[in-house]
Design a protein around this ligand. Structure first.
Ligand code: SF4
Length: 168
């Protein structure tokens, strides 16, 4: 039986993950942002991870200028270009991907204008953080998918264990 079928039979749902958290070189600076954690290692070993970079899925290249959300929820990069359309397209693709795979929980890179959960940069490119979600995190949550940032993985692990128990 394939890992996917074994997981399905055991009620273990796939988990969407920001591709940069697996070290994939998809960030604006052409690098990854690997986050070693037992939860990610275990899910990877079980074949349950679905890596996605919403910004690349939305059509942006790597590397690309850094971008932040402004107070009107537009995404502006450091050249002054409005890249909201690409970020929104990536968010839509993330939701479609998650729903197509029966994902209930996503692990996302903290503070990103796409993937950030609970705290994001304030649009001034000064490093200041404000409460809020990135566009992909917001869209996933609106679709009923629970989102956790990579600085909250212990809570994500606890919640996923509950979801697995209820799905099993
Ligand atoms: Fe990582 Fe998300 Fe940014 Fe892609 S959009 S580099 S997955 S934080």
């Amino acid at each position: 039986m394939s890992a996917q079928n074994e997981n399905r039979a055991a009620g273990r749902r796939p988990v969407l993950i920001s591709a940069c958290l697996l070290g994939r070189p998809v960030r604006f600076d052409g690098r990854g942002a690997a986050r070693p954690h037992p939860l990610i290692d275990d899910l990877d070993a079980e074949g349950r991870l679905i890596p996605l970079c919403p910004e690349m899925a939305g059509g942006l290249p790597t590397p690309r200028p850094p971008a932040e959300l402004d107070s009107r929820r537009r995404v502006i990069d450091t050249t002054g270009a409005d890249v909201t359309a690409a970020f929104s397209a990536g968010a839509r693709i993330a939701v479609e991907t998650a729903l197509a795979h029966g994902v209930r929980l996503a692990l996302l890179k903290a503070r990103s204008p796409s993937c950030g959960v609970g705290r994001i940069h304030d649009g001034s490119f000064s490093g200041r953080l404000i409460p809020g979600d990135g566009l992909t995190a917001e869209a996933l949550a609106a679709a009923g998918i629970e989102v956790f940032a990579d600085d909250d993985l212990d809570n994500a692990a606890r919640r996923l264990a509950e979801i697995d128990r209820l799905s099993g």
